[in-house]
Design a protein around this ligand. Structure first.
Ligand code: ADP
Ligand code: MG
Length: 324
């Protein structure tokens, strides 16, 4: 039988590098030594079985995704990741599950050179809560309320394939996906890539004004930027970069899932038109595609238009856990 403390030691405690944390796992608290003059960015995201993922979901993919969605929040703030904690409720101490989960988790952590510095482990329905810590220079964070009329609206990567994969699993599609397409779209749902390098550059170089990561669908998440910025926007729905698989589907589905799909973990950010060349150069330097999809305006409200500029009435809304 694997005890709570054996489990932590075996699967989550790794040789301490002392690069980031002054004291890691094993004491009552971790200690981190902040870089002088920097602000600490902190964010938590929880993944609940049956709510955020299906029961029986592959453990390695869960390890990746639970950290990825947290890093995506740091990216959206323009903060450089430093470390994270992991609070885990597990129905059983299952070695195969723990091994896979730790592999997915640490592969992504190592890719960003960040350390797991502490957490909590308890028995219970599967629930994974990570808190990430990052650093950003004072005044550089990409706040949601910082969009200004005249700003361009940009999107990193592509949208909608994660939602398409979910629709495929649920049997919601009038024209089902073939196996290869379902697998391709599902990779976007299960293993999102947080846009950390892009977010950090946009903040460090003072290129972007506002940013948010797209977790609940673009329209809902852009709506948060508009509300907090006291602004409105016009969004060209046909300019939205659809995922590779979604791009092969009909216009109605492409519009719906790219504008309001969810689980995309791309960045939506605003920047003045004078920064277009700087945005493209920053994006190219981190090999992240970006697409300009609209404009921030003084007039409140979000106006959806098609490629010809004609109004679109899509009746789409962002995801909300208590109303969706
Ligand atoms: P306490 O009882 O003081 O809360 P615990 O016994 O829960 O401490 O944890 C012992 C140590 O192991 C602590 O340093 C804690 O941060 C760490 N820890 C517990 N669970 C995890 C986990 N899932 N991942 C990483 N570290 C963990
Ligand atoms: Mg504890």
């Amino acid at each position: 039988m694997l005890s709570e403390f054996d489990l932590i030691k075996e699967y989550f405690q790794r040789p301490h590098h002392a690069t980031r944390a002054a004291l890691g796992i094993g004491d009552d608290c971790a200690l981190i030594a902040p870089t002088p003059g920097m602000q600490t960015a902190i964010s938590s995201d929880m993944l609940v079985e049956g709510r955020h993922f299906f029961a029986g979901e592959d453990a390695r993919r869960l390890g990746h995704k639970s950290l990825a969605v947290n890093l995506s929040d740091l990216a959206a703030m323009g903060a450089r990741p430093v470390g994270f904690t992991l609070a885990l409720a597990l129905p059983a101490a299952d070695r195969a599950w723990l091994h896979g989960f730790a592999q997915g988790l640490f592969a992504l952590a190592d890719a960003f050179n960040i350390e797991l510095i502490g957490g909590d482990t308890t028995k219970g329905p599967l629930n994974i809560c990570i808190t990430v810590f990052g650093e950003v220079a004072p005044g550089r964070a990409l706040r949601r309320g910082a969009a200004r009329p005249g700003d361009d609206i940009w999107i990193s990567g592509t949208l909608g394939d994660a939602r398409l994969a979910l629709a495929g699993y649920r049997g919601e599609l009038a024209q089902p996906l073939d196996d290869a397409s379902q697998r391709g779209a599902a990779a976007r749902l299960h293993t999102p890539v947080p846009r950390v390098e892009l977010g950090v550059l946009l903040a460090e170089q003072g290129i972007a004004h506002a940013a948010i990561d797209i977790s609940d669908g673009l329209i809902g998440d852009l709506g948060h930027i508009l509300t907090l910025s006291g602004a409105g926007a016009t969004l060209d729905v046909d300019a939205l970069p659809a995922g590779d698989v979604l791009a092969t589907r009909d216009t109605a589905l492409r519009r719906a899932y790219s504008a309001a799909g969810g689980d995309d973990y791309e960045l939506c950010f605003t920047a003045p038109a004078s920064a277009r060349a700087a945005v493209l150069a920053a994006a190219a330097s981190v090999a992240t595609p970006v697409t300009r999809v609209g404009i921030i305006e003084a007039q409140a409200g979000l106006r959806l238009v098609d490629a010809a500029g004609a109004p679109l009435d899509l009746r789409l809304a962002g995801f909300d856990h208590f109303t969706s």
